[in-house]
Design a protein around this ligand. Sequence first.
Ligand SMILES: NC(=O)C1=CN([C@@H]2O[C@H](COP(=O)(O)OP(=O)(O)OC[C@H]3O[C@@H](n4cnc5c(N)ncnc54)[C@H](O)[C@@H]3O)[C@@H](O)[C@H]2O)C=CC1
Ligand SMILES: O=C([O-])CC(=O)C(=O)O
Length: 314
Amino acid sequence: MAIQRKKIAVVGAGFTGATTALMLAQKELGDVVLIDIPGLENPTKGKALDMLEASPVQGFDSNIIGTSSYEDAEGADVVIITAGIARKPGMSRDDLVNTNAGIMKSVCENVKKYCPDSYVIILSNPVDAMTYVAFNTLEFPKNRVIGQSGVLDTARYFTFISQELNVSIEDVHGFVLGGHGDDMVPLVRYTNVAGIPIDKLMPADRIEAIVKRTRTGGGEIVGLLGNGSAYYAPAASLVQMTEAILKDKKRVLPSIAFLEGEYGYDNLFIGVPTILGGDGIEKIIELELTEEEKTALDKSAESVRKVISVVDNG
Ligand SMILES: NC(=O)C1=CN([C@@H]2O[C@H](COP(=O)(O)OP(=O)(O)OC[C@H]3O[C@@H](n4cnc5c(N)ncnc54)[C@H](O)[C@@H]3O)[C@@H](O)[C@H]2O)C=CC1
Ligand SMILES: O=C([O-])CC(=O)C(=O)O
């Protein structure tokens, strides 16, 4: 049988979804199906066609279509869900929970029907709780339901470190653990520049300032944009996770994963280091944490549990 191109469905054709669709096509990771609600069918088709018309200039061969019909997504290998409302200045991500939980359920019912074998990556906020909603609706194995937060949070952390030290972004390593909220946990002890621990390169007060800025990185962009939230770096993060799966790269990346005892939590979706490859979350990497790190992670986990309880009781 002839080798088939991969198929990637992106649900939600707003700022993050449209940007993700274009970046996926530019990297030729597969053909892209961009889906939004029936009332936005024409704008969705228009965005997809506009992107496709960039392909002769940029030289990519991925096809991109816009649609409101999930039949067009049938058999997708990866489904990325960005559908939902975004916050505005003065709001927290958790304020979106009720509206986006309803949207997530209806989207996932369609994904379950038309893309039953897909790997699903969730972006919609509050993303830890939305990944939980998706998991319960899809009833897919846990390795195929993955939330995006840590790649983005870590990217912000690295950006600030590289700016502070005037070093290449390529040489900064480490990651952010926990929920995608203001109490996420950038793991300073595991952060280094080309192997040199970060505390050998920067005074403690500068590290603390970077940790704080990372935690509120989403809000910083919301404040600047005035009418929505970040989309370039979130899209880039989704593309990196998709690439890890479609190319079976076995990247070590933070993902929102379903925990069953790891890190001392049960029945909880939260950001942890994972191996992402051709079978989705192939492994959760469990690290030993200091008491201080575990206390910080417990606080973040408690925040996620509170939002999940809104969903469970809603
Ligand atoms: N986890 C993360 O790191 C990040 C999460 N986000 C979240 O992603 C979500 C999307 O953000 P943006 O793209 O900026 O918002 P946006 O408002 O630009 O786009 C959302 C799109 O979803 C569509 N939509 C709503 N209901 C739908 C349904 N039932 N089926 C299909 N499409 C539907 C809307 O029509 C709209 O086009 C928000 O909840 C935002 O908070 C954004 C950035 C980072
Ligand atoms: O801040 C928001 O609402 C969007 C988001 O999750 C981020 O950019 O980290």
